[in-house]
Design a protein around this ligand. Sequence first.
Ligand code: AMP
Length: 306
Amino acid sequence: MSAVLVVGSVALDSVETPFGRIEDAIGGSGTFFSASASHLTPVNLVGVVGNDYPMERLEPLRARGVDLAGLVRADGESFRWRGRYRHDLNSAETLETRLGVFSQFRPQIPAQFRTSPYVFLGNIDPRLQHDVLDQVEKPRLVACDTMNFWIESRRHELLRLLGRVDILLLNDAEARQLTEEYNLVRAARWILARGPKHVVIKKGEHGAYMFSSHSVFFAPAYPLEEVFDPTGAGDSFAGGFVGYLARTGRADEAAMRRAVVYGSTLGSFAVERFSIDRLLEIHRVDIARRLEEFRKLVAFEEELDE
Ligand code: AMP
């Protein structure tokens, strides 16, 4: 079992969904990833918060094996994101992004984290994602996420980053925006031609595709009766995905496919409550049960000719 180094936002989220609203909830790509991946493997989190951040609310993460030695507390306001979901829960509408201490942040990877064999570059400024790769020592696997905000504002740096990562995870809208291809198969091919060996394109409640140069795999999303707040689904998916690979040390096609199902599983828990609440509540047995449900969901028998 290897540790995963994650660099991402540690945020205060204010979210409105058709079912309720919350102000200044614990959020951020680094936070959701850590809450999810820590079910599978130790996590080393690197990020920054302002001096207004309620640090005690991150204690449950520490208790779950997330090492917070790389989480810096800087003078100023924490990163804040305000979003809204209407009835289409697949797409968040960003109402406000306040970078706060994030705008001055240069990640300093603590010496003991630099040899982490698995690295996840959470959704942050691609210039910072580059900074992280400059500081780590030959990781076995680098996975990366991004979003519309950075595709728009840091396109050049993001394209350069693709040459340095093994796996890119992004949602369908982001894939289309990045590649300017509407068709997702073509979008995937466009991305694969620029460096990553795998690309995972998530389609919210419609599941996720994983493409490589020679294979395509699809996993459905778990058909939940109630999706409460989709915030963090993508990062929790990434946590399950990378966490599984780090736990098993495998990178063959069968393991990669199982990693997608772990991603879908952890993502499905994240959306059942606000913030990381549900991820902190579940245990190994809940995950195992849902994995089994996934298996049943896609199992069918071939019709045999009599
Ligand atoms: P997702 O998993 O895609 O739903 O990611 C949701 C998280 O991304 C929220 O908790 C936000 O705090 C965080 N977030 C939103 N915008 C940004 C941004 N521009 N950079 C980094 N993190 C962000």
